[in-house]
Design a protein around this ligand. Sequence first.
Ligand SMILES: [Zn+2]
Length: 135
Amino acid sequence: MLKPLKEYICDSCGQLIQKPEQGEVIWKVTYKKPYLNYDYKIVHMRRVDNPCSMGDYDCNTNLKDFVDQYILHPYAVNLQEYMDTMRRLTVPYYEEARQYLKNPFKTMRHFENDFADEMIPWAEFFKMVIEVNED
Ligand SMILES: [Zn+2]
């Protein structure tokens, strides 16, 4: 199980980002005013030798700064997409649940089998699953 708000699945290579400091948010910006953000990805912090680089993105910042900067002012083309990224960074267990949202049965089984002993805020969790599936 991913550590809530600590571990993430990289949108580029699909591997684990083990600490928030090892990840960054990258996104693109529209060419015309008002300059708006879109195509957000959470990826391993890019370095010259990082094989999971996503190619050309306009902006990048670390995970914490992204939340601080954009939580009140999204400047987003698509709020749905923005909310997905913001939830990943601020809602406990969302990153875990997100992997299973397309298959609720699998979600139940996954959580029953692997996390029976964990303290899961079930009501919050299922409210979120329903919300996201309604999007
Ligand atoms: Zn990666």
